[in-house]
Ligand binder design. Structure first.
Ligand SMILES: *[C@@H]1O[C@H](CO)[C@@H](O)[C@H](O)[C@H]1NC(C)=O
Ligand SMILES: *[C@@H]1O[C@H](CO)[C@@H](O)[C@H](O)[C@H]1NC(C)=O
Ligand SMILES: *[C@@H]1O[C@H](CO)[C@@H](O)[C@H](O)[C@H]1NC(C)=O
Ligand SMILES: *[C@@H]1O[C@H](CO)[C@@H](O)[C@H](O)[C@H]1NC(C)=O
Length: 374
């Protein structure tokens, strides 16, 4: 018993000494950096740099044709950095114009938690990129150089070594494990694959913890059955669609994924005594937006602005003239649509979703982003 008490005392001392800085005189956390892991929902330029450039009209309402984002404007992760008054996150894979002083983004479009999906940059690979990033920036930071030139030019664009333990580690990944599953397996098999996917997820969090990460902000997966592409490609059967027109069986599996994710996070909380983990119910925020879309001034939430998946099929950013009809033009005003391109949300939608989740109303524990370190 005494040992136990002593151990607890010791742990709480460690917690005090390693806790992140809290802004003097307020109850707000100050994170020196953000490290993000995920898929196209939070890719700020990786896939665009690594493979094929994300073409306009993507980015038309933010940063123009170098935005590298599958959106007309900003993503939820951009609103997170704005809220914390940090610079937008540069993609780890983007060599042009990047600055990593306040973090780095390892998210890449198409990524899943498990290897073998749409993209080679699965979560395990993103974590090893992070580990390499951390160790190389540390070496650079302490490196003595013959001239001050190399040292200074590197120092202003990399994190301080002690930023890593005070940084915020954000996740938005899992949607592609489900999407890829739906394309290649039965719904039952997708459901059965969830525990294995989440084991890998927990291992990744554990790996970051072993590297000194302490503050985790974890988005669950969204209502995949409400993405217009899925609605259009799903073979509609009686009773398959809910009141909002979303594909019910797909959303049920996403919710099962989220239930198990929440359990995994509870277990991580027990296993990682110095960590603060926040589970964020992005599913609920997105589903509410779809349900209330018309009340909020949006058009039909199952319509989208750019590209086309029915009639003539073309992805956003390309154009084609068929029988004197031009396909691929974006709609006049993307702010009137929840979905930008059938798969990704518009900037206007992302802003509303971000406002909700940053406030903490959909989080467990129910604390805002600015208090997630406390
Ligand atoms: C991107 O924007 C620049 C500057 O506005 C312009 O010169 C260039 O043509 C654009 N590229 C594409 C592919 O639209
Ligand atoms: C590097 O910078 C320091 C401080 O600015 C200066 O004192 C030193 O002479 C510089 N060294 C070289 C090699 O330029
Ligand atoms: C174009 O018109 C032809 C002849 O009417 C028709 O067969 C074809 O399906 C049309 N193509 C598209 C993409 O609408
Ligand atoms: C676009 O739509 C939004 C939301 O309905 C509206 O506030 C804005 O004024 C519109 N912009 C233009 C240029 O029509």
């Amino acid at each position: 018993m005494l040992m136990f008490v002593l151990k607890c005392l010791f742990l709480s001392f460690v917690a005090v000494f390693t806790s992140p800085s809290i802004v003097q005189g307020s109850n707000f956390c100050e994170y020196p950096a953000i490290f993000n892991f995920g898929d196209s929902n939070s890719d700020t330029g990786a896939i665009s740099a690594a493979f094929t450039v994300v073409l306009p009209p993507n980015g038309q309402n933010f940063l123009g044709n170098i935005s590298g984002r599958a959106c007309d404007g900003r993503l939820i992760i951009d609103f997170i950095t704005e809220e914390l008054k940090l610079t937008y996150l540069s993609a780890y894979l983007n060599p042009v114009g990047s600055n990593y002083r306040h973090g780095a983004n390892f998210a890449t479009g198409g990524s899943s938690i498990l290897p073998g999906g749409y993209s080679p940059f699965h979560l395990g690979l993103q974590i090893s990129q992070f580990i390499q990033f951390k160790s190389r920036t540390k070496i650079l930071f302490y490196q003595r150089s013959d001239t001050n030139r190399t040292k200074l030019s590197f120092k202003s664009s990399i994190p301080r070594p002690d930023d890593f333990s005070r940084a915020l580690y954000t996740f938005d990944i899992g949607q592609n494990d489900l999407a890829y599953g739906f394309q290649h397996m039965s719904e039952e098999q997708v459901r059965d694959s969830i525990p294995n996917i989440l084991r890998q997820f927990s291992q990744s969090v554990q790996q970051l913890y072993n590297e000194g990460a302490r503050l985790f902000w974890i988005h669950n997966t969204g209502p995949i059955g409400c993405l217009p592409l899925n609605f259009l490609s799903y073979e509609s059967k009686q009773g398959n669609l809910d009141a909002n027109g979303c594909v019910k069986p797909q959303n049920e599996i996403a919710q099962e994924f989220n239930r198990q994710l929440k359990d995994q996070i509870s277990q991580l909380k027990r296993n990682l005594p110095l960590a603060k983990l926040t589970y964020v119910d992005v599913y609920k925020a997105k589903y509410e937006l779809v349900s209330k879309a018309r009340k909020l001034g949006f058009f039909n939430p199952l319509k989208f602005c750019c590209g086309s998946y029915h009639g003539y099929q073309i992805t956003c950013g390309k154009k084609s003239i068929q029988n004197e009809t031009v396909y691929g033009n974006a709609c006049k005003n993307a702010s009137q649509l929840v979905s930008w391109d059938g798969i990704h949300y518009s900037q206007a939608a992302n802003l509303l979703i971000a406002k909700q989740i940053l406030s903490g109303v959909f989080s467990d524990p129910p604390i805002s982003l600015r208090q997630a370190c406390l």
